[in-house]
Design a protein around this ligand. Structure first.
Ligand code: PEP
Ligand code: MN
Length: 334
């Protein structure tokens, strides 16, 4: 249930609705909008009677929310969410490209790549300091030393930083060092990690699990939002499928469907979908054409020497070309 308040509703009227919701044993989450405040009712085991609220002062409507996800739902918030980053917005028409290596490997590597992607127009640098690898014998990332390198990249280039947290311990550090916390595909249903990310006040980039339905992905975002963090960016990175011509199947349909079902921004990661660099450009362009709010692209200046995902990493020149092509697809600019 969503209680929509009149645009002139007073604080006391809003508080009275909150108190009423709490007296019923539910949680109230006020959501200030551009024009008016709406109050979401959460943790109600069944439907709530709208008649309990419609006569209260300052209330103009009580809307039942039909979806299992509430805060994520477009029913709750008609306006697209904008992710506010230092000096940069993402979503509601603000298109942003994130680029960088799969993993931070050294200061020289990170800075070299960061300068090249910045020159091509990327605004956010990616690079894993904690790598969730299929094999325990594969490169696991530099850990805190990697975060320190990312901090240096931010200081030297002005690029914002997104990096993955793989558990609660790394999440604390990532929240301290990065501008955006990434939750990877393998952790999309790590509910305790999602709750911890929800308790931070840093934007969270939530990748779709490789087997996750759209509803499961939305419920994962709901976990984060239920803790009061509304700054969630969804990232489609492909799902498991038949065929070995690509690593995963980039599910482009999610882009318009997410825009219909949710107010959260959605970006695409064609690199982890493709698994090979020759497919990254076509998938990236397709995602932009489908309405993605941004892209995440892996780039490496020496992909043959990369500690992970070299085969799908674009050379800086290829990334620059792709950025030009994307600008052509967004004639209104970005
Ligand atoms: C990554 O972005 O480095 C990554 C591991 O991606 P995913 O979680 O989508 O596999
Ligand atoms: Mn990778």
């Amino acid at each position: 249930m969503l209680i929509v308040m009149d645009r002139d509703a007073t604080d006391a009227q809003i508080q009275a609705v909150v108190a009423k919701i709490e007296s019923l044993g539910f949680e109230a989450q006020p959501m200030p909008g551009g024009e008016r405040v709406a109050i979401a009712i959460l943790r109600n085991p069944g439907p709530v009677d709208p008649a309990l609220f419609v006569d209260m002062a300052g209330v103009i409507q009580a809307i039942p929310v039909s979806r299992p996800y509430k805060l994520v739902s477009r029913e709750m918030n008609r306006e697209d969410t904008v992710i506010h980053l230092p000096g940069l917005d993402l979503g509601r028409g603000h298109f942003v490209v994130i680029a960088g290596p799969c993993a931070v490997e050294s200061e020289t590597q990170a800075l070299t790549i960061a300068l090249s992607v910045k020159a091509a127009g990327a605004r956010i640098f990616r690079g894993g300091a904690y790598k969730p690898r299929t094999s325990p014998y594969s490169y696991q990332g530099m850990g805190k030393a990697g975060l320190k390198i990312l901090k240096k990249v931010r200081e030297e280039t002005g690029l914002l930083i997104v990096t993955e947290a793989v558990d609660q311990e790394s999440l604390k550090l990532v929240a301290e060092y990065a501008d955006i916390i990434q939750i990877g595909a393998r952790n999309m249903q790590n509910f305790s990690l999602l709750l911890c990310a929800g308790r931070t006040r840093k934007p969270v980039l939530l990748k779709r699990g490789m087997y996750a339905t759209l509803d499961e992905w939305f419920m994962a975002a709901e976990y984060i939002m239920s803790e009061g963090n509304s700054q969630v960016i969804l990232c489609e990175r492909g799902v498991r499928s038949i065929g070995e011509h690509a690593r995963n199947l980039l599910d482009l349909a999610t882009i318009p469907v997410v825009h219909r079902e949710s107010h959260l921004p959605i970006i695409a990661d064609p690199s982890h979908a493709a698994g090979r660099r020759d497919l990254v450009g076509p998938l990236a362009r397709a995602a932009v054409a489908a309405g993605a709010d941004g892209l995440m692209i892996e780039v490496h200046h020496e992909p043959d020497k990369a500690m992970s995902d070299g085969a799908q990493s674009l050379y800086p020149d290829q990334f620059r070309t792709l950025m030009e092509e994307i600008k052509g697809l967004k004639p209104g600019g970005w």
